[in-house]
Write a new protein. Sequence first.
Lengths: 477, 515, 320
Amino acid sequence: MSRIGQLFRGVNAINVGVELFKDTIVEQGARAVQVDWHPPGGGKAEIVAALDRLASPSIARRIEAANQEAVSRIINSHPVLVGFGRAIDVVPGMTKTTILHAGPPITWERMNGAMKGAVTGALVFEALAGDLGDAARVAASGAITFSPCHEHDCVGSMAGVTSASMYMHVVRNKTYGNVAYTNLSEQMAKILRMGANDGSVIERLEWMRDVLGPILQAAMERAGEIDLRLLLSQALHMGDECHNRNNAGTALLMQTLTPHILGTEFSAAQKRQVFDFVASSDYFSGPTWMALCKCALDAAHGIADSTIVTTMCRNGVEFGVRISAMSGNTWFTGPAQSVIGPMFAGYKPEDSGLDIGDSAITETYGLGGFAMASAPAIVALVGGTIDDAIGFSVNMAEITTAENPNVTIPLLNFRGIATGIDTRKIVQTGILPVISTAIAHKEAGIGMIGAGITHPPAECFEKALLAFAASIDPGSR
Amino acid sequence: MPVKVVISANTYFDSVSLMSLSTKANGIQGIDQAVVVMGTEMNKGVLRNVGLFTPEVEDARSGDLVIVIKAPTVERCESALTEIEALLRMRDTSRRGGGLTYATLASAVRHVAGANLAIISVPGEHAAREARKALDHDLHVMLFSDNMSVEDEIELKQAAHAKGLLVMGPDCGTAILGHVGLCFANAVRRGNIGIVGASGTGSQEISVRIHDFGGGITQLIGTGGRDLSERVGGIMMIDGMRALAEDPATAVIVLISKPPAKRVAQKVLAEIRGCRKPVVVCFLGDSEETVVHAGGQFARTTKEAALKAVILGGKKEEEINKRSLNLPLIEEVRGKLTSGQKYIRGLLCGGTLCDEVMFLAREKYANVYSNIAKDPAHRLQDVGQSRDHTFVDFGDDEFTRGRPHPIIDPSLRIARFLQEARDPAVGVIVMDFILGFGAHDDPVGVTLPAILESKALAAREGRHLEILGYVLGTEDDMPSLGDQTRQLAAAGVTIASSCTNAGLLARGFVEKGAR
Amino acid sequence: MRIPSSTPPVSSGGRPGAPIYPGHALHARTVDARFLRRLETGRFHGRVQSVFEGVVNIEHAGGELFTLACRDLDNGPNTAIVDIAGFGTTGIAVNAHVGCADGELRVGHRNTVVLAAASAWEGGLSTYPGANGRLRTHLRLARSYLDRHGERGGMVAHGGAETEFALEVTAALEHRATLLIEALSQANHACACRHAKSMIGLGPGLTPSGDDFLVGLFAVLNIAGSPCHGWLGGGTDVVAGAERSTNAISLAALTQAAAGRVRESIVTLIESLMYGTPEGLIEPLRRVLAIGSTSGADLVAGILSGIELNLQVGASRACQ
C-alpha cells in the first residue's frame, strides 16, 4: 500500500505548534502527541542563522566527527587518585598570595557575600591579614592575585576559595596524562566554602592543614593510586548522584583509604580525629568526584570543531561556560540564577545567594542533576519527585551526544549517564542542563540554607554558539 | 483467590474520577473485588485486614494510586487490570489532552511508534525547517503555518512527491484523514466522496454541504492556497487526486480551488481521465468548457459541487433536499429596504466563503470591492472603510497579524459589524459563523449582543436592518448547526442554508428596480 | 491563515471558555488575602504540582501548596479564583515553573494570571453564639439532610452490598471517629489525638474521607468563643508529624484547617448553622455536599460532630 494510502487508514500525529490541534485529534479518539516547540535560540535571528549554517552538511559532518572525538575522550578518561599535596606545592601557577575561586573570572569588588566571606577567611587563615576587616583591605589592595580554579587545573565547591596552604586531591588521567586538583571538604554547614569565616572555621582549616592533609598525603604514598572511575560507577549503583548525595562514594573511598591511614606514622588520636571528621558528613567525597570530572573533561577540551561543553561553573554573580573548540580560557558568561528548592527551617527564598560553585562540573560530566534517577533519596532534598528525577535524566538525553557505558544508572535499565553536552542542541531545543545544588545564604558568614534545582542562563550557550559559528566558517558573520 | 495490584506512582486524580474508576473496576465481569484508593498507611492497613495486601501495596506511598483486583484466576486478574489501566490512561489523556510532550520532532519520532503525520503550526520563518525535518523522518506534513517562501514550498513538495508523501500547505487549515478532522474541520458523515481542496473554508463548505445532502466523506486532503499557482504547479493536488483514484473506498472525487493559473489548470484537468472515477471540479469562476472537455463534472458553486458529488455517489436526486433558493423571501426583504439601502456588506471569516459570495455579487453588479480582490481596481483603498458593495475577508493578513484567526477570535469582525450596521446605505450585512474542531465554542453567541444592539438602534431610527447569517457546520459539531441557527433566527437574523445561497440571497435582496 | 510570528501575549476577545491561544492572559477575580500578600512581595517561585480541569495546584519552593481555581469554585485558603471555565485547554503541565513578576503570576511558558484587578478574600468565622437553641435545631436538620443526601462510601455508610474493602473502610472510619469524639467529650486529649491521627489517610478519594472529616472538625475547633475552642491545638496537634500519612493535596487542606482557614462554602455553612434560618440552611448544605465525591458528606459529618461536641460540652458546663 502506498504511504498516502496508509495515511488514509489512520492518523498518528506529531503536533508541532498550537496545542489546540493536538487536543482536537485526541478528542476524536485518535493518537497525537505534542512537541513543545520553541524557536531555536529564542527566535533570535542571528542564532537561527548560526544554527542553519552549522547544519549545512559539510560543516555538520566536521562537528559530528569532532564531537565524537571529544565524547570518546570523556568516556575513555580513566582518572585515578595519586596523592594529596599542598596547593603551593602541586597546583600549577600557585603563589603564596594567590587566591583561587569558583566560577569564571571575577574581581574582588564584584564578588558576592559568600565568596567575599570565604576570601577574607582564607586570607586570615594564610596569615596574609590579621582579622577579617584587615583581610577586606588586603583583598582590595591589589596585593592578592585572584584567578578561577578552572584556569589552574582545579575545581572548587561552592565559593571554591583555594589558598596556598590548603591540601589538594591530585587526580591523574591514566589515559591522557592530564592532572586535576581540588581541595578538601570541610564537612559542616558553617564552613568557608559557604562563606562562613569565624574562629571555628579558621580553626578547622588549620587542623585540616596540620593533621588531615598530611595524614591523607601519607596514606596515599602507601596506597599508590586509587581507581576513582571504578568507585564512581559503584557509588551510582548504590544510590549516589555524586554531586549532592555522596554517602556511598564517601564510604567506598574511605574503605579504600582506611588501611593506609592506619598504616601511617601519625598518632592514634589524630587518626581517630580523621575518621570522626569524615564520618561527620557524607559530603566528604564530593570534591573527589568533582576532580574526576574535571580530569576527564579537561582531556576533551581544545578539540577543533567540537561544540561539546567542557566546563560549567558559577561564582555567585556569573555563570561561566567553556566549549571544546574554543581552547584555552575563553569564557562565555551570563548572570547566575536562583536555585529553587526546599529551605532549612527559618530561611526564605529571599535569603538565598545565587547559584555558586564549580560543582556543576559533575553535571557537565553527566552526574548530579543528570543522574538524579540514581539517587531517589536526594529527590526530596531538592524538592522533586521520582518522576522528576527520571524525567531529568530522560530530558538531558535531548541535549547530549552519547551514553557513558562505564557509568550506568540501574533504575533506567542501566542506561549510561548522558555524556557530551552539545551547545547546538541546547540552543536548538531551549532545554537547559539541569543542576542540583546547595543554596548558600547571600550574606557572608552564615552558610548552607537549603538545596534545589537550577539551570544555566541560555545566554552562555548562545554566545558560545555564535563565537563557534564565526570561528568555524570565516565566511559567516 | 489470587490478588493482583497496580500502583500508579504520584498520580492525582480528582475524587469523582477515582470513584468512577472504582465503580467501573468493580463492574468488570468475573472479578470478586476491586479497590481504587490512595496508598496512605491507613488505607494500606485496611487492605491488610481484608487480605488484599501484597508487596506492591506495601511499597506504595501516600501520593500513589493503588489499584487492587481479586479474582478467581490469575488470568481474570490480569485482564481486569489491563482494562483498568486503559481506563486510567484514557482519563489521563482526556484530562491533559494527549499526555506526553517532547522537546523536538526528532525525539517524538524516536518514541512514538507508527507516527505518520506532522502537523506544523509554528511561525512561518521556522516552518520550512520543521517540515524538512518531518519529511526526513518519512512523515507526511500538514502545514498550517503560512508566510513561507514559494521556493521553500516547491522544494518541500518536490521532496515529498519523490518519497510518496503529502505536504499539505503552507496555509492549509483543513483536512480530514482516516476520519479524523485535522486543525479546522467539521464532524461530517463517512461516505464515498473524496475531496482535494486548495481552500480551507471552501473544503469545509463542500464537506458540510455533502453531509447536508445525505452523502459522506472518505478523505479530505488540503493542498494549501498556493498549490495551483504557476510556479508550484499543482504538485499536491495531482498527488491527492491520484491517491483518491487508487482508494477503493472513494467513488467520487471533488476538487475545490480559486481559479488556478491556466497552465496548471490544464495539468490538473488532464489527470481526470486517468482517475477512472467521476471528478467534480469547482474552480470558482473558471470556465465550464475546459472542465467538460477534460471529462470532468463542472460545478459553478460549492453547493452545486456538493450536490453533483452526492448524486454521482449514488444518492437518488429525488431524495435530496436541495435547499432551493427562497424567492418569496427575496421579495419580502426587498420590500423592507428603502431605495437608499443599496449595498451588500459581506463580513466573512472564511476566505473561500468570501470569494464565493463576492463572485456571485460580481455576476450582477460591477461596483464590488474587497480587501482580497485580485484586480487593483476593485481593491479597497482603505480596508477599514467600505465602498459600495464590499466584501471583507477577516482571515486575511492585515487582520491576523499578531492576532488569532477570526474563526477563533471574532472581535475585529464584531467591531466592523457595528460600524456597517449604522450606515444607512447598507442593504444587507452577510456574516458567516464557522463551527467545528478548532473553532470558537460559540461564534453566534459571542456576536449576538452586537446584533441585538444594532437591530434595536435601527428600529429606533425607523429603518430595517437586514442581516443574513450563514452557519457552516453540522448537527454533530459542537455547538451544533441547529443550536447556532436557532440563536440567530431568534435574534431576527435571516438564515442562509449554504454559502452559495447566502451569495444568491444577498445579491437578490439589494436588487432595485426590475419587478 | 496566520499565526503570530513571535508569540506575544494576546487577549482572547472571545467569550470566556473559548479555546485559548498561545500566550494568553488569565485574570484573577478574587484571591485569598494571605496568598495575595505573598504574591505582592514579588518573590514567589514554585512548580505546578497537579493539574485538574477545575484546579491547578502549585507547590511553592518552600513546600506550601497554592491553588488556582476556575470560576465555578469557591474561595479558599491559598486560593486564587481565575476567570476561566476550566484549565484543560490552557496547556499547563505538571512541573511547569511558576514565578511572579510585574503583578502577574507566570505559569509555564504560555500562561499568565493577571492580579491587578483581583480583590482580596478573607475567610473568617464569627464567634460562637451566646444562645444555642437555634444551633441545636439546625444540627438536627443538618444531620437528617446529610443522612438523606450525603454521598455514601465515606463517613456515611452504604446501605447495600459493598465490597469487603469498602465495608471495612467505612467501619474503620466510623469506629475511629466515634472513639475520637468520645475521647474529646471526656476531655482525654492525648487519646483523642491518637484516634484523630489514625483517621488521616483513611478512606476513598483524593482527599481521603478521614482527612475530610478532620477538616470539618478542625474548622469548628477554631471557632472563637466556643466551648471546644483550641482543643487539639485547633488541629495542629493532630497534623504535626503526619506529613507522610496522606498525600500533599489533602495534607494542605488539613494544615490550613488546623490554622482556622477553610474554604468559603464551609465558612458559609458554619455561619448558617450558627446564625441562619432553617430554610437558609439548605443551600449552604447542598453546596458543601457537592464537593468532590464523598468529600462533601465527610466534611459535613466532621462539622456536625464538632458542633455536637460543643453543645454537649457547653451543656455540661452549664450544669456545673
